[in-house]
Design a protein around this ligand. Sequence first.
Ligand code: BJW
Length: 249
Amino acid sequence: MIEHLQPAALALAQARHVVVITGAGVSAESGIRTFRDTMEGLWKDFDPARLATPEAFAADPATVTRWYDWRRLGCLAAEPNPGHVALAKLEAWLSETNRTFTLLTQNVDRLHHKAGSRNVIELHGSIIEWRCTRTGRKSTPPNAPFDEFPPRSEAGAPLRPDVVWFGEALPQPALDAAEHAMHTCDLFMSVGTSSVVYPAAGFAELARYRGAPVIEVNPAPTSLTRTATWSLRGRSGQILPHLLNAAMA
Ligand code: BJW
């Protein structure tokens, strides 16, 4: 018995434009560590929040690109879990009934695409693509470990992951698309995110301001829980399939 499942499912069944934001928790059941989990093994002495900055890359590009290469290979090897699949099914169902679905993701792992989601806006970029620090040209490195750190582009300059680090602006097309979606959103869902990183964390606030119900799916309370309309407590791979089944019933 999942508390609040029925009212949340009813709201989902009646919505015309559903906007979902996802965070690292949605990929946890695919074996990808969340951002604020403590790291283990090789990387246990490193703080992700200190590695994910332009300052860290400038000071120690070898360590930063080794960490990102390790994560890149993990993402390439990972498979979508039932949470990703449920979101792809939700999009298909809404589209069949002439309704709109927008998926804003903070994740860089491309697992939503792999699960079949189509209208995906990557707010924090992608770890699968890298870009030349001199020309800005993007490329997709092969599925094998880099042999130098940092790796070099064709132009001979260091490559960096095509992700958004703290202090960097989000890609303008992604921000524009997200803001555009929020104009017509009448149901907002926040899944597997601690809701502490802005501007991503601000979309739920915007939805509430617009009067749209907010459904949170997370096994732990977050900074959003207090203002969410319904907080569904549990893993997204468990909750989302139930929520979708109840909405479609
Ligand atoms: C499960 C689960 C299961 C577990 N099922 N759930 C306003 C106020 C305050 C600060 C700021 C502000 N505006 C900007 C800032 C500064 C900063 C910021 O927000 N700082 C805060 C930390 C205070 N923001 C920025 O710097 C942003 N840039 C910016 O604003 O630029 C302005 C600018 C304009 C013009 C010119 C220049 C600048 C950029 C933010 C970029 C964030 N990047 C990262 C790294 C990406 C690359 C990488 O992956 O390495 O993005 S940081 C990291 O946090 C990553 C994530 O996408 C992001 C969010 O983390 P997330 O996804 O929420 O993960 P966790 O680990 O925190 O939470 C996991 C959750 O899952 C938990 O709740 C678990 O319970 C749950 N969970 N298992 C469901 N099975």
